[in-house]
Design a protein around this ligand. Sequence first.
Ligand code: HEC
Length: 143
Amino acid sequence: MRKLLLVAPALLALAACGGSEQSDTPAAEAETATASEATPVASAEMSGESSFAKCTACHKVEKGAPNGVGPNLHGIVGRAVASAEGFAYSPAMKARGGNWDETSLDAYLENPRKVVPGTKMAFAGINDAAERKALIGWLKEQK
Ligand code: HEC
């Protein structure tokens, strides 16, 4: 029994190496190398970007992209509240006024309905403060 348990991982490792065809694709390897070099700088943005996956069912962030269930979020950090052209905001959001900044976005994304009672954004919120920070940082850089 013991021997089998020890041998199994070794076989798995061999199998994992066996099928590699990386040497046939120098271009792909070069891309991979570039991406991993950029990783230390991009890691915070990466987690913000992956967090934005929670929003994409309703929001786009690219400049000029159409509103969906939710308004386009291009330039949202610093943008006037309820200002996406052509989007039908809730009365609560329209009445809020002011601009979104990192502090108000952080509070809204933690608990949308608490910060804007009556908002029609059907999103429970993000509990993890570090994730909200990364997400807001990423949103800020979408230019
Ligand atoms: C289920 C759809 C849905 C999801 C998921 C969602 N939102 Fe929204 N969001 C909306 C809607 C609808 C509004 C408009 C709210 C209103 O008018 O009260 C909105 C409004 C906003 C606003 C205010 C925009 C403005 O122009 O003032 C921000 C900021 C925002 N959402 C960010 C996010 C982020 C970031 C996420 C992901 C973490 C997210 N939302 C997830 C639907 C959604």
